[in-house]
Design a protein around this ligand. Structure first.
Ligand code: MN3
Length: 203
């Protein structure tokens, strides 16, 4: 079974009034994410040891193997973008539900402190990569960042609740080179914290 590009859970212009325009989503979902899926399927077609594995199994199988880095990056990017699309909401972007809010305050000191920590991770990731809110093995929330197509599943740092794409393709049309503004806007107006809380409750 080939991997498939999932549909966006909202229309391409659904986030336009919140700082992510239709062209950004059309290119990001229809071109960039599609390209990762196509490349991944190409690898799976050629390499029998990748066949019959789930996406998560492929990521674990190829991680830390330098000769399989292209497979890792494309599989990782497919996983990362599927989470990313669910981490955005055209209706409730920026609204933090009660249980998650209480947990953020417990583990970071305040919601502002969480946002500051997340923003630092997202803006100091040199070059392309991702910033994450995770649940760590000890049950506490944490913030981390990864380069390129890597993610907390591969690093084993924790279970991802939020993933923010900080590749330039995710913000250049809307914010040009101003990654910090993209991150602040995303946290305050786009981020689907309800989805993060749902993932947290399922842990
Ligand atoms: Mn991307």
């Amino acid at each position: 079974m080939a991997f498939e590009l999932p549909s966006l859970p909202y229309s391409h212009n659904a986030l336009a009034s919140r700082g992510m325009c239709q062209e950004t989503l059309e290119l990001h979902h229809g071109k960039h994410h599609q390209a990762y899926v196509t490349a991944l399927n190409g690898f799976v077609e050629k390499q029998t040891d990748l066949q019959g594995k789930t996406l998560e199994e492929i990521i674990h199988f190829v991680k830390n193997k330098p000769d399989l880095a292209p497979v890792f990056n494309n599989a990782g990017q497919h996983w990362n973008h599927m989470l990313f699309w669910s981490c955005m909401s055209p209706t409730d972007g920026g609204k933090i539900p009660g249980k998650l809010e209480a947990k953020l305050i417990e583990d970071f000191g305040s919601v502002d402190k969480f946002k500051e920590t997340f923003k630092t991770a997202a803006t100091t990731q040199f070059g392309s990569g991702w910033a994450w809110l995770i649940v760590k093995a000890d049950g506490k929330l944490g913030v981390t960042k990864t380069p390129n197509g890597s993610n907390p599943l591969a690093t084993g740092e924790g279970h991802a609740l939020l993933g923010l794409d900080v590749w330039e393709h995710s913000y250049y049309l809307d914010f040009r080179n101003r990654r910090p503004d993209y991150v602040t806007n995303w946290l305050d107006r786009i981020c689907n914290y309800q989805h993060a809380e749902d993932l947290m409750r399922r842990r």
